[in-house]
Design a protein around this ligand. Structure first.
Ligand SMILES: CC(C)(COP(=O)(O)OP(=O)(O)OC[C@H]1O[C@@H](n2cnc3c(N)ncnc32)[C@H](O)[C@@H]1OP(=O)(O)O)[C@@H](O)C(=O)NCCC(=O)NCCS
Length: 165
């Protein structure tokens, strides 16, 4: 399916957050009411796909996190140094406006988050995501993410797999 020409940018005050509707009220409300404060406090970064000048067609958030070695699948954990945790980047939220769903935008935003994480000079073992439900988890598994054995709604993709492309 062809993807409409979207422009990716850091969220700024010019962008219209009022009309965004992903079909998930918590994700809409976060963009409308909370994200600016989180950005100011440096606890998240928010990237948007813009349709036209300022209309937000989709967004995602990234922040630093860490993963316990013991929560990873044993076969992966044993290949890592024996520190208690490994550094990771967390994509806390990802949402596409209903009008733009099914056009490849969600996949493009995920690819952008992976690329941005893999290009960072600050080391991170994986991109980790919080899926809001089983349907969202299936979206991430479709893109190669692996669920934590004890937390099926938390998934990750080692960034070394991206860099090797
Ligand atoms: C999940 C979401 C981001 C997907 O966005 P989208 O733009 O509709 O998805 P795309 O069109 O980019 O789909 C990309 C691929 O993922 C697949 N896909 C989409 N949703 C899927 C799902 N729930 N399960 C499995 N595969 C899925 C598509 O079939 C497509 O496959 P292809 O590339 O092999 O053709 C969007 O539906 C959304 O915003 N949902 C509400 C919020 C949400 O669930 N966020 C997720 C994390 S909290």
């Amino acid at each position: 399916m062809s993807i409409a020409p979207f422009r990716l940018a850091l969220l700024d005050t010019q962008h219209d957050r009022t009309t965004f509707d992903s079909g998930s009220e918590p994700l809409n409300r976060y963009l409308r009411e909370q994200v600016s404060q989180d950005i100011r406090r440096r606890v998240t970064a928010c990237f948007v796909a813009l349709a036209g000048e300022n209309r937000i067609a989709g967004y995602y958030t990234l922040a630093s996190t860490s993963m316990l070695l013991t929560e990873l699948p044993a076969s992966m954990g044993k290949k890592l140094p024996r520190y208690p945790t490994v550094p990771a980047i967390r994509m806390g939220r990802l949402a596409v406006d209903q009008e733009f769903k099914g056009q490849g935008l969600g996949g493009a935003l995920l690819a952008d988050a992976l690329d941005r994480s893999a290009r960072s000079e600050i080391a991170a073992y994986a991109l980790m995501v919080d899926a809001k439900d089983k349907i969202a988890a299936a979206f991430y598994r479709h893109h190669g993410f692996i669920a934590l054995p004890d937390s099926p709604l938390i998934l990750f993709l080692p960034l070394a797999t991206i860099q090797s492309f």
